[in-house]
Design a protein. Structure first.
Lengths: 86, 225
């Protein structure tokens, strides 16, 4: 089966995010007040061939641990959606 | 026989010739090692130079760690061979797990390119055997991602085992505990953000990098003997 995958990585809680902080400080200048907690991350979209959803998730989790994130400073959330057989 | 330093060239490295020149000016022998080769040949020390290996895509060092040469570098390090990572090379060593922690974006979000002063904190590593503890060296930095960070437990281990090699006297990038360089448990793998190869000739404004690279040559020749 094929699955659509979305992996979002971001700096872990407690790790300073200077990009997020700078964006947050800049928003009021454009009139966007009241914004807080800005965190900058990355998104990866791809499709993967796998026996079932659990196997797809496991493989993507391993991919995140070994490559897509640096676990010292980053976390990932994984979304997996079936594209049906194919 | 002069000790032989292998300088790894990844696509996007840009400090390899500076390292080559600096090592030779100190009486060492040096050669370039292309990242795609699986063997280090007969080198006595390895330097991962600065630059933007593989374009710094994904994260600095994240793709370079999978270059074929890195397996040989890991084996060389495991056997006690001296391995130095400078700037981008430090990032590669952290991504490869040869050194703990990670280098994230500078606290001030600025690309920093200027001389800084670092203090030598331990004289028993591959990079500092010829430099007394407490020596202050003026060496350039040139990085956007040089803000060293690690788990509190890792930091405690680094401190306890005297593995912090260099500290900034005036922290430019937000590094935890003012760390500019650390070493492995075996003290043969050292990563640092400053560029000693850019401070090895009076014409460059400082020769303070020379004692560090000379230490590497001393450690490398010890390996030969």
């Amino acid at each position: 089966m094929r699955f659509s995958v979305l992996v979002e990585t971001r700096l872990r809680d407690g790790v300073a995010d200077p990009q997020g902080a700078t964006i947050e400080r800049s928003l009021p200048a454009l009139g966007f007040d009241g914004v807080s907690g800005v965190r900058v991350g990355k998104a990866f979209r791809f499709t993967i061939e796998s026996d079932d959803e659990a196997a797809a998730r496991a493989e993507v989790a391993d991919m995140c641990k070994r490559f897509l994130t640096n676990p010292v400073i980053e976390d990932a959330t994984i979304s997996v959606e079936s594209n049906g057989p194919g | 026989m002069a000790s032989r330093v292998g300088v790894v060239v990844f696509p996007g490295s840009n400090c390899e010739l500076d390292v080559l020149e600096a090592v030779r000016s100190l009486g060492g022998d040096a050669e370039l090692l292309w990242h795609a080769q699986a063997s280090l040949g007969d080198v006595d020390a390895v330097v991962l130079p600065g630059g933007f290996a593989h374009g710094d895509y994904l994260r600095p060092g994240a793709i370079a760690r999978f270059s074929p040469v890195m397996k040989a570098v890991e084996a060389f390090a495991a056997a006690g061979g001296p391995v130095i990572g400078i700037c981008n090379g430090f990032q590669v060593l952290c991504e490869a797990g040869l050194l703990p922690g990670a280098l994230q974006k500078n606290g001030g979000l600025k690309f920093l390119c200027r001389p800084v002063v670092v203090r030598v904190e331990t004289a028993t590593t591959a990079l500092t055997v010829d430099v007394p503890v407490g020596t202050e060296l003026r060496i350039p930095i040139n990085h956007f991602e040089g803000n060293y960070t690690c788990e509190p437990q890792t930091l405690a281990e680094l401190r306890a085992a005297d593995r912090i090699v260099l500290r900034y006297t005036d922290n430019p990038n937000g590094s935890v505990d003012d760390i500019a360089g650390i070493c492995s448990a075996g003290r043969n793998v050292v990563g640092l953000m400053p560029h000693p190869e850019r401070a090895c000739h009076p014409m460059l404004g400082s020769t303070d990098g020379a004692p560090l690279l000379r230490s590497l040559l001393i450690r490398a020749s010890a390996l030969v003997a």
